[in-house]
Design a protein. Sequence first.
Length: 278
Amino acid sequence: MRKLRIVTDSSSDIQALQYADFAYSPMKLIAGEREFVDSESLNVDEMVDFFGQYKGISRSSCPNVADWLEAFGEADDILCVTITSALSGSYNTACAAKSVYEAENEGKRVFVLDILSTGPESLLIIQKLEEYARSGMPYEEICEQITQYRQKTGLVFMLKSLRDLSNNGRVSPLIARIVKMAGICLVGKASDEGTLDILHKCRGEARSLKLVEEILEELGRKEARVSIGHCQNEPAALRLKDMIQKKFRKAEIEIYSLRGLCSFYAEKGGLLVGFEKV
C-alpha cells in the first residue's frame, strides 16, 4: 500500500493532523543576528513582543530544497501546500524539491499547490486534504479536487500595522508610515494573484470588524467553514465570530492564535480570516 503524506510550510499554522500522515517545514523570522524558527517550540508571544520593540530591519526566510526533502520523508505520494508565491519563494523551492525527489525515487509522486494565500485559508485547504485522504480518495482525484476547492476559499484581513510587511517589500513604506502615524486599520483580502488587496482604510477596530463582516457576507457561503486567526487579539476574534454567526447561523467557525510567520506579518492586534466562498 502506497504511503501518502500531506506536507506544508509553517504559514498554514498547522503542526499536526489527526487522520493523515503530516509534516511541515518551518519558516524563519530574522532580526539581525537573532533568528526565530516557526516550529512547535517557538514562543509566539515572546516573538511578537520582540518585534514590537525591534527598530532594525527584519525579514522572513522560506524553506530551502533540503528542508522540503526532509519533510517529504519517504512517502510514495505527497500533497504539498505552500504560502502564496507572490509573497514568498516557498512554492519555488518546493517545486525544485519535487523535481529532485521524483528523480531520485522512481514511481514516487509530489503534487505542489500554491494556494495564493496563507494562514487560515491554508488551514482550511489542508483540513480538506485530510478529509479527502481519510475517505480513501485516489491520489490523482485528490489533486484535482483540492485544486478546485482552492478556488472556493478566500482570505480577509484586518491589520493595525504594516511595519514588517513594509520591511520585507510587501507594501509601500509610505503607506506603512501613514498607517502608523494616523492609527488607521487596514481591511482587505488576498487577491486572485496572491497579493494583498487593501480595500478599506478606517479608524477604530469596531468599524474594521464591520467591514470584514460585510466582505464575508458578500463573498462567503451561508453554511461556510470560517477560520479566524488572531495575533494577541482574541477579544476581536470573538466579536467577529459573534457578528458572523448572526448572519450565517449554520457557519462552522473556529478561532485560534496565529503561529510565527502569520503573527510576524499580521502583527499585534491583526486578524486573518479564511472562509469558503459562494
